[in-house]
Design a protein around this ligand. Structure first.
Ligand code: GLU
Length: 434
């Protein structure tokens, strides 16, 4: 039988990165072995808002590029894929247990009679784990609703799941689950319990309240889904050669459950931000422009000038969330000057430097990166100062800041008229601060 794995989230209204990582490892494994990846919504405990809550998961999964082969909106031969719609199947399976004398009723609840024998969980990550269930446990509550252990196992059995890949917090449930599989007379799937994700400071498990814990927040912050996905691959798995930035096809080729780390993974938001920045820088220009255009301060600004601005900013941009701010002064002649950086600049005699540079631009012939650089180098020589003194002062005059894209290219994109106008405006403004 082929490999069939599943991601079985409960719709809580959030898509936690821990869940996304579990989904990803299932998806990677299915793609690696050419098996099926199934999405099943475990919504027995939740009556309200299931639809919106499910949508958070579905759209998060699609955003991360984890398409499922069977499940909501896709269908498949083992449906329905919502537990809330599978009551008939649960009744049938309950009947199997009843016939085998494996259940009894007490106080209105239905109990499962445990075997009294130790169970082996042959975990692909942790190795063999032996556990014994001492006590009979409830599978239907007195209000008639089925319990997680029961529906989870029925569905894995009925959907012919071959590998249960899930968070380590479920390891302690597994002996109950093995008992149930056996009682149904169904094959026990292979298990792979993935280590937890700890908070950045190592103090316990990441929860949805921790900053950076939700997939939808990264989406809102304009993260590149490929970057987040690449980062999640490394939370508990790594290729043998310690590469980090890898195309997903390469991860699929190399991924194996055996190589998942036994130790807990630690969430590192700096590393994730770094990875996002690396993906932003290496985007093909056309893709970068397409995304960037929609994020410009005003969509009317998209055009040839807008594209030129975007193109020179790509190498310095760390995330698309910053884009609007990063490029704003290009499109606004009344941009503000950052008075804080100005006070650091003053020891470089910026007013003098701006004035000297302005005089050269007024008289220069042609307007190219080489010519502009030549002017700066000559000025620095003539006045016995550093080229940096011109670069910082003039950049401030042109943008109100001391950081931005490559200095000469920035001027080239702004064009001579705009550069002249801004240098003059800066001198007038600075005069007022004295
Ligand atoms: N609904 C369970 C959860 O979200 C699924 C556990 C499992 O994968 O078996 O934790």
């Amino acid at each position: 039988m082929g490999v069939r794995v599943r991601f079985a989230p409960s719709p809580t209204g959030f898509f936690h990165i821990g869940g996304a990582r579990t989904a990803l490892f299932n998806w990677l494994y299915a793609r690696h072995v050419g098996g099926k990846f199934i999405l099943r919504i475990e919504d027995t405990d939740r009556e309200r808002h299931v639809e919106e809550a499910t949508d958070v998961i579905l759209s998060g999964m699609r955003w991360l590029g984890m398409e499922w082969d069977e499940g909501p909106e896709v269908g498949g031969n083992y449906g329905p894929y919502f537990q809330s719609q599978r009551n008939k199947i649960y009744e049938e399976y309950l009947e199997i247990l009843r016939k085998g004398d494996k259940i009894y009723e007490r106080d209105g609840a239905i109990y499962f009679r445990v075997s009294g024998e130790p169970q082996l969980i042959d975990d692909l990550i942790r190795g063999p784990v032996h556990r014994m269930e001492e006590k009979d446990f409830v599978i239907f509550r007195s209000n008639g609703t089925p319990v997680f252990h029961f529906v989870n196992v029925v569905d894995d059995a009925a959907m012919e799941i071959s590998h249960v890949i899930r968070g380590e917090d479920h390891l302690s449930n597994s002996s109950k689950h093995v008992e149930l599989f056996k009682a149904f007379g169904m094959p026990v799937p292979k298990f792979a319990h993935i280590p937890l994700i700890l908070k950045t400071n190592g103090s316990g498990k990441m929860s949805k309240r921790d900053i950076g814990a939700l997939v939808e927040d990264y989406r809102g912050k304009q993260f590149l889904p490929e970057a987040l996905r690449n980062y999640l691959c490394l939370l508990g798995w790594s290729p043998k050669d310690d590469r980090e930035i890898m195309p997903i096809e390469e991860v699929i080729r190399l991924f194996d459950l055996r190589d998942i780390n036994k130790n807990n993974a630690r969430f590192d938001d700096k590393k994730l931000a770094h990875m996002n920045a690396a993906y932003v820088k290496s985007m093909p220009l056309e893709q970068f422009l397409e995304r960037g255009r929609n994020l410009l301060p005003d969509s009317k600004l998209a055009g040839e000038y807008g594209d030129q601005v975007l193109a020179i900013c790509q190498e310095k941009l760390r995330s698309f969330e910053e884009l609007n701010h990063f490029v704003s002064y290009f499109f606004n002649e009344d941009f503000e000057y950052d008075r804080e950086v100005w006070s650091d600049l003053r020891k470089r005699d910026p007013v003098l430097r701006i004035g000297e540079f302005l005089a050269k631009i007024e008289n220069m012939e042609g307007f190219s990166e080489e010519k502009l650089e030549e002017i700066v180098v000559k000025l620095a020589e003539t006045y016995g100062v550093k080229t940096g003194d011109y670069i910082h002062g003039v950049r401030f005059a042109l943008s109100g800041r001391t950081v931005g894209p490559s200095f000469y290219r920035m001027m080239l994109v702004m064009g001579r008229e705009r550069v002249l106008k801004r240098l003059k405006r800066a001198l007038v403004e600075i005069e007022k601060w004295k």
